[in-house]
Ligand binder design. Sequence first.
Ligand code: PHE
Length: 461
Amino acid sequence: MDRKQNREGFSSTLAVFFATLGSAVGLGNIWKFPYLTGQNGGGAFILVYLLCVTLIGMPVMISEFFIGRKARKNAVGAIHGIRPDQPIWKSIGYMGVAASFFIMFFYSAVAGWVYSYVFKAIKGDFGGLSSLSVEEAAKMTADQFGATAGGAFSPMLWQAIVLIVVSAILVAGVKNGIERITKTLMPVLFALIIICDIRALTLPGAREGLSFLFHVDFTKLTAPVILAALGLAFFKLSLGMGTMITYGSYFTNETNLISTSAKVAISDTAVSMLAGISIFPVVFTFGLEPGQGPGLLFNTIPLVFSKIPFGGLLLVAFFVLTGIAATTAMLSLVEVPVAYFTEEKNISRNKAVLLTSAIILLIGIATVHPMSVFGNTVIAGKSFFDLFDFISSNVLLPFGGLLISLLAGHFADISSLRRELSNNDRLNNGNLIGLFLFILKYITPILVLIVFLNSIDIIKL
Ligand code: PHE
């Protein structure tokens, strides 16, 4: 057990890996990656996304691990610890706390849809699908989704249930909970998505679905598409807002920061790709619209399982596991403000959890559902749901990531960076560290800046 200042920490390198992966894998892979790929034209978007993960995401992730483990504090305190003489850097931490709220406002609502699908699947609401024609089945799933997301009361109730579950886990003592849940369930989720894939690949639309995913058409690469890919890379890997700083602060001294980031990025990307492979064949088999947006997951997965043995049971299992993946990701999202309030504002952990969840619930309920008080308010052409997503993923996270890469690459004490990266063993990771430092200093910040400059008129809103 790794302790400093009596803080709790993850118990082993394996636990570190699974907890970090538990933060990364969530609705981002199963819900957001497929629908953004659908909206942004497929293969070319994925290619840019992969470049963003490697050249921007991984270096920022390693920087966050470094900052967190070196300081062993919450995001704001840890960043301050790297350059106590320049308080301006603390603003990255504040931005992170803000981003965490913005993301949770809509993320907890989508998690609510997932929880409610567990119950729909258990009740057998999708049971009749197998006897319907292709068009009828597609219409029935679309109606189900419309009723789930558009209800006057139930989506708000589900959002509240999600937040109660998240708060209860956070109050009940964290690390053990997070460790145990992620270690057992991540592999099961992986296996289940592979079953979905096998089924999807035997559908008549499989060829078209795969070609949508893997055919790279460079004419699709416009500024908004590139900005969306960058934003997704940050969102996916939980970067740019202090989550990985906070988790890094719980890492063991033996954890290898570079290889952990590579393993997390590869596994996370694999889950997203597998999710895409199970969804797009369905889209083309059932004549659905690939660019339909946030309903995509919910309009396709029930169809995947509609005509296979034990399909009903597998559908329940799929949404249970997606719900769990969303929940472990939310634990890490909420941990940013909670650790900040407890360590910097001296509020008890329980009060911090309650305060954070109450704010998310009140604002979330009032804004992100079509039937909410502000559900139809449009600001700069966007609903609150879209606005929260855009501001966090496409602005705050990449901007936070840019500053984090500058802080670690140009303003931190280089010898302590090298020490953290080699775990105090000068022979460890020698060449890799050189390569990493080069990318971190010169490539990562410049690429983020280029994407930002290219997108100025989109970001102005
Ligand atoms: N990475 C999570 C997902 O893909 C979301 C997340 C974003 C979690 C930022 C923490 C911080 O679902």
